[in-house]
Design a protein around this ligand. Sequence first.
Ligand code: FES
Length: 102
Amino acid sequence: MPKITFITATGESIIAEGTSGSVMELAKQYNVSGIDGDCGGVCSCATCHVHVAPADFNKTGAASEIEADMLELDDNVIKFSRLCCQIEVSDAVDGVTLTVPG
Ligand code: FES
């Protein structure tokens, strides 16, 4: 089963396992602090912003154009930023580490 590690703004590390749905939904399931998913996963709120570990960025891929537009509104954007509702849980992202910006 794909495993995803979330690191919260306070440094807590949460290892989540799931087989389907979005990474945002998985984070909610595991009560990852800082991932709110206010818009329900339709790429219109940026409350699911994460920083992908640079070494894992090839697994998640870069943000889509719509996603990048939404990210521009967020202060803590880096080049490894993604909105995790736009990442599907699958074997492709097994082992990635995502940090919730402070
Ligand atoms: S949950 Fe709203 S943009 Fe991801």
